[in-house]
Write a protein that binds this ligand. Structure first.
Ligand code: HEC
Length: 102
């Protein structure tokens, strides 16, 4: 019985993918809309836009992109970002969302 439960859980985890249980990409998308969309292109939309900030889709496609590193970087506000820093969970969720744009 226990072995069955464990294999079901393992199956679910492998289905969702590593890290997905900790971070919530849907919440990250919501946060990105609220906090980042003013300056960043936050979806796959490829329309050329005259913005200084990198589109999230192109950040995700860079070689060596790593959601964990990004989420750490996001906890430090970058120069022109709003004063409000992101919490660890918010940063992780946004990084998980950006990872879905690969
Ligand atoms: C007021 C405008 C503004 C907002 C809002 C903003 N950013 Fe930025 N962001 C920038 C600019 C400008 C740059 C590029 C220059 C720099 O790094 O300071 C940048 C750079 C970045 C980079 C590095 C990009 C690269 O090319 O490596 C990341 C990652 C990033 N922003 C994430 C976010 C996230 C996540 C949010 C929302 C929580 C956000 N930004 C909100 C203006 C903004």
């Amino acid at each position: 019985m226990r072995a069955i439960a464990i294999s079901i859980i393992a199956g679910l985890v492998s289905l969702i993918g590593p890290g997905a249980l900790a971070a919530d990409a849907n919440n990250g998308a919501e946060l990105a809309r609220r906090w980042c969309a003013a300056c960043h292109l936050i979806t796959h939309n490829r329309l050329p836009m005259p913005l200084a900030a990198s589109p999230f889709g192109s950040i995700a496609k860079r070689p060596g992109f790593n959601a964990r590193q990004l989420s750490q970087a996001l906890q430090a506000p970058h120069p022109r970002m709003p004063e409000r820093g992101l919490s660890r969970d918010e940063a992780a969720d946004i990084a998980a969302y950006i990872a879905t744009l690969k």
